[in-house]
Design a protein around this ligand. Structure first.
Ligand code: SAM
Length: 333
């Protein structure tokens, strides 16, 4: 089976697996605050089989996400199983790059076990560097100290490079830009600002709520000059370092500077559906293929067909924009 390419010639090398759509945070730009997982999750061996087939098709990076992936019991052992997968001959039988996106609430205790199991790196979501503001955004009291401890534990464990993602939403945290610049320098982490996308449960998105790349750069320049660092084509973030060489920030700007032309990702939802774009209006039931007894070759054939349907680009902000059929927490960011 040839390596995965879509009909626009994009190589598909990055897989994101959501291992639960439950979350213990209720971030204002993501969830409405309801408690329930809508779609549920699968046994780890099912995700492992999907990952193994996809690695055989050219996937080189696997990112675990959710919901909140650290809520799932057995995640450390699952990382251990993923770490045993090898990229097929021709790419040297190398180990996978295994990453995790987490809100960091439980990371302090889990960072070292995850590293020992084979996790390469971690991205922690953190939307304010002020405990009260953090509580207002996450709608969880006292989370800030846990997350900060998680970030520091991840650094100590060598989960590197360590990235901290901050979604900026006007009216909530646009005044955190400079404080996060300071945080990046003091903590030695890469802080990445993400433009708010229309993927939230509350349907509150409007163009005016997006704090754009240009605005972030202008605000940060008031603090210290930035120099752009060249980035790989498939990288989602534009990268900058401070002129004195201390501290790096990134900006992920899917709204004001879309990067769909270089997209290398597909996603598997917690209930085993393939999504070819965050903004897909349908998904493709890989787990149903497994339930009906498909062989690995048949699964690969199915995945190949699905990848050919990958959308060319999203239509955020355009008159013909149709909201995605799932919100972010049920897709896996
Ligand atoms: N619970 C984990 C976490 O907090 O990182 C993983 C799942 S979360 C859905 C993944 C990422 O999506 C987080 O960095 C979060 O900030 C981001 N995200 C959620 N809703 C978003 C939105 N509407 N626009 C942009 N990013 C969003």
């Amino acid at each position: 089976m040839a390596a995965l390419h879509d009909k626009f010639g994009r190589a598909i090398t990055d897989l994101r697996i959501s291992i639960t759509d439950r979350c213990n945070y209720k971030c204002v730009y993501c969830r409405t605050g309801n408690e329930g997982a809508l779609y549920g999750d699968l046994p780890f061996e099912d995700y492992l089989r999907m990952a193994r087939v996809l690695v055989g098709m050219g996937i080189t990076k696997v990112r675990l996400t959710g919901g909140e992936p650290l809520l799932r019991k057995g995640v450390v052992e699952f990382v251990g199983e993923l770490a045993k997968l090898r990229r097929p001959n021709g790419s040297g039988g190398e180990a996978l790059d295994i990453a995790l996106t987490t809100n960091g609430h439980m990371l302090a205790e889990m960072a070292q076990p995850l590293k020992d199991a084979g996790l390469s790196r971690v991205t922690v979501s953190m939307d304010a560097v002020d405990p009260d503001r953090f509580a207002r955004i996450t709608r969880v009291p006292n989370g800030y100290d846990h997350v900060l401890a998680g970030i520091r534990a991840a650094r100590r464990a060598g989960l590197w490079p360590l990235k901290v993602n901050c979604v900026l939403m006007r009216g909530f945290n646009e005044d955190q830009i400079i404080p996060f610049g300071m945080f990046a320098r003091e903590e030695g982490v890469t802080v990445r600002f993400i433009e708010f996308m229309p993927l939230e449960e509350g349907r509150t998105w409007a163009p005016s709520t997006v704090v754009t790349l240009d605005e972030i750069l202008a605000r940060m320049a008031e603090y210290r000059p930035l120099v752009e660092i060249p980035h790989a084509r498939s990288e989602t973030a534009r990268r900058y370092r401070f002129e004195d060489g201390v501290g790096e920030i990134g900006i992920i700007a899917p709204v004001s500077h879309p990067f769909c032309g270089h997209c290398s990702r597909i996603r598997i939802t917690s209930d085993g559906k393939i999504r070819t774009c965050l903004f897909s209006v349908w998904d493709h039931d890989l787990h149903a293929q497994m339930r009906r007894g498909a062989t690995d070759d048949e699964l690969a054939e199915f995945i190949h067909g699905v990848v050919q349907k990958k959308e060319e680009r999203h239509h955020i902000g355009e008159a013909d924009f149709v909201p995605a059929s799932r919100t972010m927490v049920h897709i896996g960011g």
